[in-house]
Design a protein around this ligand. Sequence first.
Ligand SMILES: CC(=O)SCCNC(=O)CCNC(=O)[C@H](O)C(C)(C)COP(=O)(O)OP(=O)(O)OC[C@H]1O[C@@H](n2cnc3c(N)ncnc32)[C@H](O)[C@@H]1OP(=O)(O)O
Ligand SMILES: N[C@@H](CS)C(=O)N[C@H]1[C@@H](O[C@@H]2[C@H](O)[C@H](O)[C@@H](O)[C@H](O)[C@H]2O)O[C@H](CO)[C@@H](O)[C@@H]1O
Length: 302
Amino acid sequence: MTLDAVPSPLPSATAAAVTELARLAAQSDDVNPLSEQTLLHLDGEHHGDLHVLAYAGEPGTLDVAGLATTPGDLVGYAALGPDGSAELVVAPAARRQGTGTALLRTLIDHGGDKLRVWAHGRLPGADELAALFDLKVTRELYFLRRTSAPLPEITWPDNVDVRAFVPGQDDAAWLKVNAAAFASHPEQGAWTQADLTDRFHQDWFDPEGFFLAVDRTTGEVAGFHWTKIEHNEGEVYVVGVSPTHQGSGLGKALTLQGLHHLQETRSLDAITLYVDGTNTPARRLYESLGFTTTALDVQYAL
Ligand SMILES: CC(=O)SCCNC(=O)CCNC(=O)[C@H](O)C(C)(C)COP(=O)(O)OP(=O)(O)OC[C@H]1O[C@@H](n2cnc3c(N)ncnc32)[C@H](O)[C@@H]1OP(=O)(O)O
Ligand SMILES: N[C@@H](CS)C(=O)N[C@H]1[C@@H](O[C@@H]2[C@H](O)[C@H](O)[C@@H](O)[C@H](O)[C@H]2O)O[C@H](CO)[C@@H](O)[C@@H]1O
């Protein structure tokens, strides 16, 4: 087995091989091993990203001019972002041969104390692999689901109006309220225009499902609910309320706005969401609206 750590951008054939490897793993494990952000960053140049590729070939099969080993020999992959967030996956047919250990060791070598590596679904072996390097669970991300059921009517706080997000017009205002609402979040609050634009180009992006609440007095965006539809399921993708407007019922109203849209306008039976285990306000909100926890992702760190 040969490891190669390469900075972004990946050759397109290699990116395609990683996507296929992730698909095979998801089919076998019933859990996606790579998150949306990692999959989005397989294409194009993303400063600070590192891709770790594990090939079936023996050492020496890589030459200085490029990859003598074909992407078809790919048996494992790991991604490391500039913030230390990381993921790794080994092809189902290549497991228990030390590839995961080699990938994680490389992530530690490059990520150091900043490393925060995901185990989506906390599948068998993840805890054992982490323990080899004294990595501990430092974060729990809950996956919640709600099946179609009557929804309460929406009660809007005074002095706000709700409308759809307009790409190119509302970008800066959304980035500002997202940064404020998620100031203490490990990833969400740091989203940039590039992260927003990446998502404009996804098949699932639908401004009609992206709701903004605008303060009538200031004209500022006070909160938002961005919904997503993939594989015929709705998602409460991100809900955020400006700290100055929290506690006024706006989060519940915006959440319900999106749930009505997904369940009634888009006729979807199932709606899911991700929420951090430490996020008590959000968890109470969603549980009050009929969501229940059905899966768990964890992150390990030194
Ligand atoms: C799928 C996701 O997007 S998960 C991420 C959710 N977003 C965030 O965490 C960003 C930062 N937080 C926020 O923006 C807000 O705190 C939100 C969106 C979680 C809640 O928005 P708010 O406008 O404050 O909520 P709202 O006033 O509508 O309260 C609705 C319910 O949430 C719960 N809740 C809200 N704040 C709190 C709190 N501080 N403590 C406990 N429960 C709370 C309660 O169940 C409340 O209902 P109740 O007032 O009848 O008890
Ligand atoms: N509710 C949001 C905003 S805070 C949240 O917690 N997002 C997580 C979540 O994102 C999901 C993930 O990227 C999935 O791959 C994608 O299919 C979903 O649509 C996303 O909601 O998990 C991420 C880690 O995998 C995490 O970084 C996000 O903050």
